[in-house]
Design a protein around this ligand. Sequence first.
Ligand code: FES
Length: 154
Amino acid sequence: MISRIGVQFLGKNFARVPKTAACNLRSRMLSTSGDEETVQIHWTLKDGTKMTTNDPLGGNLMRAAHRHGIELEGACEGVCACSTCHVIFEEDVFDELPEASEDEDDMLDQAFGLTPTSRLGCQIIIHKGLDGIHVELPPHTRNFAVDGHFNKPH
Ligand code: FES
């Protein structure tokens, strides 16, 4: 007999998915095949700890951080509506990145500890040219939703 997972919200079942199918899907989403091309990324975490990861091409830096348990918030899930995925690059790497969009620049203005080489991790797509880069996480982030501040229309 196949075990089932039900999603319950406000007392109603919204989905019933066979557990084995759900596990297989999750496993596919998390695993990388052995011949998948990856780049090496060197991280300096909020507390100064160093870490090196290998990440497949095509994803973004925020997702890469999450995959490895790196504490990079990503409050808006990567839709460029917060600044909690703020990362800092070395100048030569920063100069080679595609230019930030106007939306990204607007969000970066809200970032804690903004530097001239700051970007939003969710907007940086991993490609071969990023192999061996160093990414630094600022010691703090500013999350308006959690901190209780919301902009008022004027
Ligand atoms: S996760 Fe919100 S802007 Fe990147």
